[in-house]
Design a protein around this ligand. Structure first.
Ligand SMILES: Cc1ncc(COP(=O)(O)O)c(C=O)c1O
Length: 368
């Protein structure tokens, strides 16, 4: 029996070991650990990659969201519209500003349903956070059109979606700000925590640079209250190495997705992509009524899978209690949660691994 992990960071690091150690040594030698040259370099590379003017390195995807919201002046008197099927950080960053998260349901493709956004806008609404879940861009034209009509900020939660495109533009360049995570499980991954914010707005850029560095305008002057949320030089150095491989890794994921789609067609519900978007398949999510049994069957045959996310955010105890949500509030999200299963889709998967996974799924459904 094979043992196919859901994620395989060890193989990635084995391949990059010499380069990473060299980068690491350079940082030790320079000893410029806080906001060193590598942070500037990474910021300009990410800005170029995403097609925006500015990028600001911060210490996590969560802080990227929190600081972007703060940078938009969002606080306790405001509401922010987002989805109930994301990582909790999307919502905890809103709550951390004092604002109220307002959920709207998703479409069958698991991304925000723009039709529902407008109905939930109130006088207090100040921003929309679409999440490009699993690396698939949300319906940005509709969201931006609504945001413009109501004068709202669009903050993209692109934590899972670096490299994804919507109508030829990279995510992170579509809204007022784009928020990325470099968590070790992400496609562009640090060896620890990290994140970055992208924007074309000079004013926001200038505020964010201060917000992430305890409010410091320069070495001695402070004009706003800030936080300590800097991206470590050492993480930036590691990310600069990994960035060279980002597009190759994305292509590998897309190739795996294509393989799954070809061989699982008609057996389970599969992710779709139209000509407007390029997904980067941070996750490859299939849907089936037999999800739990299939997951156990695959586990028994050595294939690790995951459920992103097993509990919708509005039903997390703290969220339901604080904001008075209940089961039944977001039927599409709640029904998807029962059916979704993420298959392994990392760079370390061999052709044999993929055949094995697909064959086991075909066997489970008696369709080989
Ligand atoms: C959709 C989404 N938003 C936000 C985050 C938060 O990022 P981080 O873990 O870097 O704080 C993550 C990932 O962890 C995520 O997947």
């Amino acid at each position: 029996m094979r043992n196919i992990p859901y994620i395989d960071l060890k193989t990635q690091h084995k391949l990059l070991k010499d380069e990473l150690i060299e980068a690491f040594s350079q940082v030790l030698e320079n000893a410029d650990f806080i906001l060193g040259e590598e942070v500037n370099l990474l910021e300009s590379k990410i800005a170029d990659y995403c097609g925006v003017k500015y990028a600001i390195g911060v210490n996590s995807g969560t802080d990227a969201l929190f600081l972007s919201l703060k940078g938009c002046g969002i606080g306790p008197e405001n509401e922010v519209i987002t989805v109930p099927n994301s990582f909790i950080a999307t919502v905890s960053s809103i709550v951390a500003t004092g604002a109220k998260p307002v959920f709207v349901d998703v479409k069958k493709d698991m991304n925000i349903d723009p039709e529902l956004v407008e109905k939930n806008i109130t006088k207090r609404t100040k921003a929309i956070i679409p999440v490009h879940l699993g690396g698939k861009p949300a319906s940005m034209d509709q969201i931006i059109e609504i945001a413009q009509r109501y004068n709202l900020f669009v903050i993209e939660d692109a934590a899972q979606a670096i490299g994804a495109e919507y109508k030829g533009k990279k995510v992170g360049s579509l809204g007022y700000a784009g928020c990325f995570s470099f968590h070790p499980l992400k496609t562009l991954n640090a060896c620890g925590d990290g994140g970055i914010i992208t924007t074309n707005d000079e004013k926001l850029y200038k505020v964010l640079v201060q917000l992430r560095n305890i409010g410091l305008k320069n070495r001695n002057e402070v004009e706003i209250w800030g936080y300590n949320s800097r991206l470590d030089t050492i993480q930036a150095a590691i990310l600069l190495i990994k960035m060279k491989y980002l597009d190759v890794w994305i292509e590998k994921r897309r190739k795996i997705a294509k393989y799954y789609i070809k061989h699982l067609q008609g057996i389970v519900d599969l992710p779709t992509e139209n000509s407007d978007i390029k997904s980067v398949y941070y996750t490859f999510v299939i849907r089936t009524d037999n999800r739990d049994k299939l997951q156990k069957y695959l586990e028994k045959h050595g294939v690790k899978t995951k459920i992103y996310y097993p509990i919708p955010i509005h039903l997390q105890k703290i969220v339901a209690k604080t904001f008075d949500y209940k089961k039944g509030d977001f039927p599409v999200c709640e029904s998807l949660v029962e059916k979704i299963l993420s298959l392994p889709i990392h760079q370390g998967l061999s052709d044999n691994d993929l055949t094995y996974i697909v064959n086991r799924i075909q066997d489970f459904f008696g369709k080989r």
